[in-house]
Design a protein around this ligand. Structure first.
Ligand code: MG
Ligand code: MG
Length: 257
């Protein structure tokens, strides 16, 4: 049984959620053709440290950077590099913070300049599948209800749902129980209880759902090298409606900070 968080713990997770949300927006401001992914990483690391927090991914199981930056056919866990973003690319920016002993963890996939219609559809459907998952994250439901909501939505557009990776509980540890798969059977799996804090993070592919691990042991690529998108938000399970602890408002609604 997973212990639900206290309201005090939830407040600390919210502070982290807001910081990762603002960091993603800072990064998003400079995503453009001609920018390297190393530059995105530098902006994020500076912003996180300037706010008195630690970039939690850096050094996590040996990960070498503050952000996972995953371009095009890289699903997740890409390393920043001297790769220069070009018009039509997409880049998943996954960010983690450690602040006051708790963790923030969220991701957003940005288009670089103008992307083609199919790519835009992949982004839109992946983000909407995340919100479908959040709608299912209510007290009394089960983990399988979240996965079922994500999967049935994404697959209805003919997209693939990556199964090798999943969302997770979050708290003092970045990855806590339960795992939150992006596929599943409604009514199955661990029960969701008010106060559980979880990261839901659909990883959706334009083609086959099959993936492979790069030789560096980190980057996960689509087997057919078609594009993949990844969005992640942190929520707290509540009665009736989940409460978001991170948000895309800073990116999409021009909320000032
Ligand atoms: Mg993440
Ligand atoms: Mg995560």
């Amino acid at each position: 049984m997973v212990r639900p968080k206290t309201e005090e713990e939830i407040e600390l997770l919210r502070e982290n959620g807001i910081l990762v949300s603002k960091t993603l927006a800072e990064v998003g401001k400079i995503v453009a053709p001609g920018v390297t992914t190393l530059e995105l990483n530098r902006v994020a690391e500076t912003f996180i440290r300037d706010h008195g927090a630690i970039p939690s991914f850096l050094g996590f199981e040996g990960f070498p950077a503050a952000l996972c930056l995953s371009v095009n056919d890289v699903v997740v866990h890409g390393f920043p590099s001297d790769y220069v973003l070009k018009e039509g690319d997409i880049v998943s920016v996954d960010c983690g913070t450690l602040y006051k002993g708790y963790n923030g963890d969220s991701a957003y996939t940005f288009p670089v300049g103008e992307v083609d219609a199919e790519t835009q559809k992949l982004l839109d459907v992946t983000k909407e599948s995340l919100y479908k998952g959040i709608e299912a994250a209510i007290h009394g439901n089960r983990v399988g209800d979240i996965g079922h909501a994500v999967q049935s939505y994404a697959e209805s557009f003919g997209f693939g749902v990556v199964r090798e990776l999943e969302g997770h509980g979050v708290g003092r540890e970045m990855h806590e129980r339960p795992g939150i798969p992006n596929y599943g059977r409604a009514g199955h799996g661990p029960r969701l209880v008010e106060g559980m804090t979880i990261c839901i993070e659909p990883m959706i592919t334009a083609g086959s759902r099959n993936v492979y691990l790069a030789r560096n042991g980190w980057a996960v690529h689509t087997a057919d090298h078609k594009k993949a998108a990844h969005y992640e938000l942190t929520v707290v399970v509540r009665k009736g409606k989940a409460e978001q602890l991170s948000t895309y408002d800073f990116i999409e609604n021009n909320v000032k900070f």
